[in-house]
Design a protein around this ligand. Structure first.
Ligand SMILES: Cc1cc2nc3c(=O)[nH]c(=O)nc-3n(C[C@H](O)[C@H](O)[C@H](O)COP(=O)(O)O)c2cc1C
Length: 168
């Protein structure tokens, strides 16, 4: 939408406009992994948010309509990976297939979670709580171990991937 144009709408009857307005909020991109009876599975999510420092809590929300929903809603443990700008191919592969994580460079955490190599940050979580939230569920994780390394993030805005440019 052009700068200066204003749209006012009822989000309960105009989901496209609502999605567009929500898309103005710039986010990073995460890959969330867990183990399942089918082996390791993953989902791309930008609903990730920090919640609490003490205790260390984070959240994300899977859509109930996702074919992967049962894997994540039923999981007691998961790992959140904040993707770097050079991990777009991983993102694309995981959107196509929940089991594409098997072809991504990973190692197993001490509790068996697939950990994606090269992510900017990784949060290994135990399930703390779930909250029903419309067509999504909010999953709160207690972070049991975290990893952090330098680099530029993959950014998502208005339905497109972006990279950050630094100001002089
Ligand atoms: C940048 C981006 C962020 C996404 N964030 C979420 C999210 O937070 N929660 C969710 O359930 N799906 C999210 N999705 C959609 C999932 O990645 C979804 O798994 C994917 O579209 C494939 O559909 P399926 O899960 O039914 O196989 C996101 C997709 C993209 C591209």
């Amino acid at each position: 939408m052009d700068a200066g144009t204003i749209a006012t709408f009822d989000p309960s009857t105009d989901a496209d406009s609502f999605r567009g307005a929500l898309g103005t909020f710039v986010t990073g991109v995460t890959v969330i992994t867990t183990d399942s009876p089918e082996g390791p599975v993953a989902i791309v999510a930008n609903s990730f948010a920090s919640v609490s420092l003490d205790p260390p809590l984070v959240l994300w929300s899977p859509a109930k309509s996702s074919k992967r929903f049962e894997h994540f809603a039923g999981s007691r443990r998961f790992a959140v990976h904040v993707l770097s700008s050079d991990q777009r191919d991983i993102c694309a592969a995981i959107i196509k297939s929940k089991t594409a994580i098997k072809d991504v460079p990973t190692h197993l955490s001490h509790c068996g979670m697939p950990i994606v190599e090269g992510a900017l940050a990784t949060f290994e979580c135990n399930l703390e709580a779930t909250h029903d939230a419309g067509d999504h569920v909010i999953i709160v994780g207690r972070v049991t171990k975290a990893h952090h390394q330098g680099g530029d993030p993959l950014v998502f805005h208005a339905g497109q991937y972006r990279t950050l440019t630094k100001e002089d």
